[in-house]
Ligand binder design. Structure first.
Ligand SMILES: [Zn+2]
Ligand SMILES: [Zn+2]
Length: 229
């Protein structure tokens, strides 16, 4: 684990910085943002042990969206932690279905990969539905629809650490995912204007965090794609 900001920890749930979950300190325990693939719960529980805490200290799991690389580990972690599961209302039907529906990808490639059982998950009924600009403990919901209909980012209000989920990737520089895998590529790009100008530090679900002057490049990237200079 590495500290992204005071009270915000990044947990790499697979090799390198490829897939990240975020653990946020709250008054009542922790909020976890996203889980990861099937093996992510082991990495998350190892981090809690390092902090001297238990899985049951996770009080809520807030999802940026319902894609397999974020929720395949959810059923196990939900069982071990007893945490509430929160997702935007527009992605809730996907979470409950246990897979991305055909209408959830704009391209044929995306629709084809969702037929692969490895990309299905244990159907989950969320405990709470999130709406645009809701507050979840110390986090504020920023709507960024398009990657999926209910994709959201989270702004940590005490520090202005911004957790962008899959709205933007930073694996090999700032980039958008393939259009074929997004529900609505044009809407996705337009929604990036919501992310510009808030952050002191940016945490990605996929890739390396940005801080300091690198955040300016992130803001410019979002404004350019949103067409709002
Ligand atoms: Zn995704
Ligand atoms: Zn992802």
């Amino acid at each position: 684990m590495t500290q992204l900001a005071p009270g915000v920890w990044r947990i790499a749930t697979s090799r390198g910085d490829r897939d990240n979950a975020y653990l946020i300190e709250e008054e009542d325990g922790y909020t976890l943002v996203d889980v990861g693939w099937q093996r992510a719960p082991a990495a998350i529980m190892a981090t809690l042990a390092q902090l001297g805490r238990q899985p049951t200290d996770i009080k809520r799991i807030a999802l940026t969206h319902a894609h397999p690389d974020h929720v395949r580990g959810l059923a196990e972690l939900g069982r071990r932690s007893g945490a509430q599961v929160l997702v935007h209302h527009a992605d809730a039907p996907w979470l409950e279905a246990g897979r991305v529906p055909a209408a959830g990808r704009s391209g044929r490639l995306g629709r084809a990969i969702d037929t692969v059982p490895l990309l299905h998950w244990t159907p989950m009924r969320p405990d709470m539905l999130l709406g645009d600009h809701d507050t979840v403990a110390s986090l504020r919901v920023i709507p960024t629809p398009g990657h999926s209909p209910g994709h959201i980012a989270f702004l940590h209000e005490p520090t202005h650490a911004l957790l962008v989920g899959d709205a933007v990737f930073n694996r090999t520089g700032l980039a958008m995912g393939p259009d074929a895998l997004a529900a609505d590529p044009a809407g996705r790009n337009a929604s990036l204007g919501q992310l510009a100008g808030h952050a002191t530090v940016v945490g990605f679900a996929h890739g390396t965090p940005l801080q300091g002057s690198q955040v300016d490049a992130f803001n410019q990237f979002c404004q350019r794609l949103a067409g709002t200079p």
